[in-house]
Design a binder for this molecule. Sequence first.
Ligand SMILES: *Cc1c(COP(=O)(O)O)cnc(C)c1O
Length: 427
Amino acid sequence: MKENNFNPESLMMTYGYKPELSEGAIKCPIFQTSTFVFKTAEEGKAFFELAYGLREKSPKEELGLIYSRINNPNLEILENRLSLWDKSDDCAVFESGMSAISTVLLEFLKPGDLLVYSNPVYGGTDHFIHHFLDKIGVHTIGVMPNQGIDDVVQMIQDSGKADKLAMIYLETPANPTNNIVDIEKFSQIAKQFSTEDRKTLVAVDNTYMGPLWQHPLQCGADLVLYSATKYIGGHSDLIAGAVLGNTELMIRVKTLRTFLGNMVSPHTAWLLLRSLETLKVRMDQQTKNAQVIADYLEGHAKVKKVYYLGLLKEGTADFATYKKQCSAPGAMVSFDIEGGEKEAFTFLNNLKLMKLAVSLGGTESLAEHPKTMTHAGVDEGQRQQMNITDQLLRLSIGVESVDDLIWDLDQALHKVHINTPLKVDQV
Ligand SMILES: *Cc1c(COP(=O)(O)O)cnc(C)c1O
């Protein structure tokens, strides 16, 4: 095996860091500094020329360190390491997943443009689309789960704005129902509506699967977005985001980041570097646990339906899409409990090991009720269409002993009594 063929997990401890520049320290220190000293005025001038795009980079020249809003060693090393998983040219890290998402939408959409997006999307993304993009005159079309590709093309044509289709934004598998869409097919739609002077971009929120189990750039997407708060951070102790793509697009993303000033801090970047070292072992364990839990729930009398990629039936269209674009079923398991909100809440209130909290992807398992929590702000009519009902519960599976998790689920489900009227003192 050649050195440049190492798997990403082998490079997460060392890639992009030169110990000789940091007193030989095995670990990259935190570069907690706002600004960097230039050796000479000429060097400062040369760095700024590159940073502001005033001239082309000469071969082998790297952007020098100027100011931590523009670049910083912790951010650069993190960006280089994250790029390995998705095999992207470049990466930009942000102070939150939402800042990564909103920066991409702001950079590539302008008033009059059309955005097509898949439903459901993360609650914050949904809010940004409906309450901000609408306000600045971006037209939006939401695609519902199970709408066929021909339907989508028809909707775009019927909108009268087909010539303005600037972006297709996908979230797959979608939060909280694990609904999946075919990235390759949507990339073909983007090609179909691209013109010579305007390429329709495909952006994919890969938070649920990435960066391990799904690589949207390889399926034809142009940009990959992450809430790095979730699996990448993995310990529920930070908020961060990331965008990946080719050099040309990433220059635009990084330029807007410089002027919005929403880059991640050196300390958070350092925490993420630590997280990346165990990313693969964590995620492998999480998906292994999740499959066992999904199988258990599927056989439980008080569980009506389980939404998990590892339970998709062979022969279905979703199974084909899943096999084509994912290498594992992930570690997010949602299910409908028999009953309604009361039964769902009884289950949540009785968990002992799993914590009742939103967010996902951390080492500890979490449970929540999407309808009244993460997706409380989504339009009720739309929620019904997307199966976000009183019965739906969402689990993020961690790295605990799977036997202990099953014990916990079992005892909490045992406390749920179906069809018993609520006593006054329980209200
Ligand atoms: C959490 C999440 C986001 C938002 O990320 P933040 O880091 O909380 O800003 C976006 N998309 C998905 C799928 C998420 O789960």
